[in-house]
Write a protein that binds this ligand. Structure first.
Ligand SMILES: C[S@@+](CC[C@H](N)C(=O)[O-])C[C@H]1O[C@@H](n2cnc3c(N)ncnc32)[C@H](O)[C@@H]1O
Length: 273
């Protein structure tokens, strides 16, 4: 019943949603990509926004900064995300896409929420455990991630967000315009395929002797294998108790081995787009 009402509301709201989607796509192609801002960073960001507007996972910072990002900013947030959230809330529909932590078993539709849930739990555990908690949080390939702004209360953490320059600049601008406090975060510009991010981190005040949580969410699939191995080797040099949270695609999915041939093909097409 919830799904039916949601479907009906979406049909009624279709003109708004389509306008939002068209403007968003235009901006990604004409503004985001030409300025070398990560287009793919908008996908997990969108997943968090979907859960936020549906009220299943509150991420106020993601919602605030969205208003000032080149992709989701201004009218797009209203036309697309607010409208979608209104339909989800009014109908009570959560489905696979809006739910948090999302129904099991895992599917591609629940990928974002299950992934977010897994990392949220893992960060919370490692930052708040009694024995040797992590005091530094490094977000590699940070994109529009908001973990550094949703930290456990009562403790000071040193945070580092590492990404390529254009994406970091767009994020810093959004944080400033949205008036989100970010003095505890150091932004480190690097290219994992070209240089050692650890050196850039060390030059930015990172302390390699402190127990650290390294979040590497949604990034390995965009890097060459050597860069992934080098990064893991560097992380292994951090003190005992440090943790890396990372995800990866299976080789079968990338190569399209049975039974994943069809889904692999559509994912390749999606990526290219
Ligand atoms: C899919 S986004 C994930 C963003 C964020 N971790 C999240 O989950 O919301 C991938 C991020 O990795 C960054 N990235 C990809 N290749 C990179 C590279 N070679 N060096 C630095 N950052 C890179 C992109 O700029 C982008 O922000």
């Amino acid at each position: 019943m919830h799904a039916l009402i949601f479907g009906l509301l979406v049909v009624l709201a279709l003109p708004l949603l389509i306008c939002g989607l068209v403007i968003y796509t235009w901006r990604v192609r004409r503004i985001v990509i030409p300025q070398n801002i990560s287009g793919t960073a908008h996908e997990p960001f969108g997943g968090r926004l979907a859960m936020h507007v549906a009220g299943t996972y509150k991420d106020e910072v993601a919602y605030k900064i969205a208003q000032h990002t080149p992709g989701y900013g201004g009218i797009v947030r209203f036309l697309f995300w607010d409208t979608l959230g209104f339909c989800a809330k009014l109908s009570g529909f959560k489905g696979s896409f809006f739910a948090y932590p999302g129904p099991r078993p895992s599917t591609l539709m629940t990928m974002m929420s299950h992934r977010a849930y897994f990392f949220n739990q893992s960060i919370q555990d490692v930052l708040t455990r009694e024995d040797n908690p992590a005091t530094q949080l490094v977000v590699l390939g940070a994109g529009f991630d908001t973990r550094c702004y949703n930290l456990p209360e009562g403790k000071d953490f040193k945070c580092f967000e590492v990404d390529m320059s254009p994406t970091l600049k767009a994020k810093k601008r959004a944080l400033q315009l949205a008036e989100v406090p970010h003095n505890h975060v150091t932004f480190v510009e690097t290219d994992f395929n070209q240089e050692t991010w650890m050196e850039s981190l060390l030059n930015s005040g990172f302390n390699p002797n402190l127990t650290t949580y390294v979040l590497w969410e949604g990034v390995t699939m965009y890097l060459v294998e050597e860069a992934v191995r080098d990064t893991l080797n560097l992380i292994a040099s951090l003190p005992v108790g440090s943790v890396v949270g990372a995800d990866f695609f299976s080789q079968d999915l990338i190569q399209g081995n049975p039974p994943l041939g069809k889904i692999s093909k559509s994912m390749h097409t999606g990526m290219k787009y």
